[in-house]
Design a protein around this ligand. Structure first.
Ligand SMILES: NC(=O)c1ccc[n+]([C@@H]2O[C@H](COP(=O)([O-])OP(=O)(O)OC[C@H]3O[C@@H](n4cnc5c(N)ncnc54)[C@H](O)[C@@H]3O)[C@@H](O)[C@H]2O)c1
Length: 375
């Protein structure tokens, strides 16, 4: 990331933090803290790291543990060079890497590293389980042995609520009818957090994210729909919708997720709990695609392809009432505003994003259809 782009990226986060006006006690809590962020080079983690760097200040430190597996470019291209941020390249399954980062004496752990996401886990089931279950347990174990104050876990709405639940999705409902190894492993992750909380008194919090988008996520075969759509639309490619397009998702701006994580790490009421972190609004995939086409002036018509077998959720809409009530979470960014900033980030960073974008031919993916379209 060049200096200008990294300053702009930090600017997005600093502006957001001013706008969201976290209470003074939250700022006071984080100041001077040492914080481990696993997956801190990733789409959401890279934003959280900037926010935490702002909050911990000169006397604190943010330590990233990330194996750079999410993109093709094996450099921490997504990490802002900040004086109080340390980057350690390593794997959460590796004891040497874990000892290295825990030697830094973190007070809190935000665990965002994961084998992302549904299709990837269908194609590579064992790796999904090794990272998202075994790596997760190792991190919990090191956290309780090192008397970590709080352990905040990046769970997933799509992993908990199954295919046809009552909307809006409320935290007390869970489903056993999960359709990918990713969903199974993320749910297992929540259960292990609950186990460590109950058995060892480790203060764990499960944050259930819904469809993140925003600066920091490069497109790729296994990535989310919005970065892929932006990238293809910028290249004049017809956007491929896997389904009818009437399906809805609760698209959540990445800095709103950051706000929720920062709050979850502070409030005692969050300990032992699980929260939805979402926009709390549903948008049809067809409408989202039309907005991306409009923002990028893409004239190619939308293309409809077959729904993926595991993609069984016709609608996703989260209740954010519990997060509002217990930790004061309030999403701030409307979809159109988030999309505009996301597109701006793509335009500013296109060269590096193209290096990072990973579109290798997969065993089954919507991307193969796009490759045919682009010929
Ligand atoms: N993005 C979403 O819409 C979404 C939705 C629900 C839940 N989540 C969860 O939020 C977290 C962050 O998601 P994201 O979108 O930033 O994903 P991401 O893939 O961009 O980031 C994850 C990071 O973890 C790193 N990583 C992967 N395996 C690792 C390992 N074995 N050891 C160390 N680092 C490893 C990757 O290199 C990557 O930088 C994940 O836990 C994900 O399951 C994301």
């Amino acid at each position: 990331m060049n200096r200008q782009n990294s300053e702009k990226r930090k600017g997005y986060v600093d502006d957001y933090l001013e706008r969201c006006q976290l209470p003074g006690e939250v700022h006071a809590y984080y100041r001077g803290k040492r914080i481990l962020v696993t997956g801190g080079a990733g789409a959401i983690g890279s934003n959280l790291v900037i926010g935490l760097s702002n909050l911990v200040g000169d006397t604190g430190q943010v330590i990233i543990l990330d194996n750079l597996s999410a993109t093709k470019f094996k450099e921490p291209w997504n990490v802002c060079p900040l004086s109080n941020v340390m980057f350690v390249e390593g794997d959460i399954r590796d004891d040497v890497a874990l000892k290295r980062v825990f030697l830094e004496g973190p007070d809190l752990v935000f665990h965002l590293a994961a084998f992302f996401a549904n299709q990837n886990s269908v194609d590579y089931q064992e790796t999904s389980a090794c990272v998202d279950v075994i790596g997760h347990i190792k991190l919990l174990e090191y956290s309780q042995l090192n008397a970590i104050e709080k352990f905040v876990y990046a769970s997933s709405g799509c992993a908990i609520y199954g295919s046809f639940p009552k909307l809006p999705l409320e935290e007390d409902f869970i489903s056993m009818h999960l359709t990918t190894p990713y969903q199974i492993n993320k749910m297992t992750g929540e259960m292990y957090c609950n186990f460590y909380n109950h058995h060892y008194g480790l203060k764990t919090v499960n944050c259930r994210f819904f469809n993140s988008f925003g600066p920091g996520e490069a497109p790729g075969q296994y990535r989310n729909v919005i970065p892929n759509f932006i990238y293809w639309a910028m290249n004049g490619i017809g956007l491929p919708i896997t389904g009818t397009g009437e399906e809805t998702r609760d698209f959540t701006y990445v800095l709103d997720l950051m706000q929720g994580l920062l709050r979850a790490g502070y409030y005692e009421q969050a300990v032992g709990e699980n929260f939805n972190l979402a926009a709390g609004e549903e948008i049809a995939v067809r409408d989202m695609a039309a907005k991306v086409n409009e923002a990028t002036s893409n004239k190619s018509p939308i293309v409809f392809t077959e729904r993926r077998k595991w993609d069984t959720k016709p609608r996703l809409l989260a209740s954010i009432e519990k997060a509002q009530r217990l930790i004061g979470y309030r999403p701030l960014v409307q979809f159109e505003e988030g999309l505009r900033v996301n597109l701006e980030w793509f335009q500013d960073n296109l060269e590096i994003i193209e290096c990072a974008a990973d579109f290798k031919p997969g065993m089954s993916s919507a991307v193969r259809g796009v490759k045919t379209l682009s010929k």
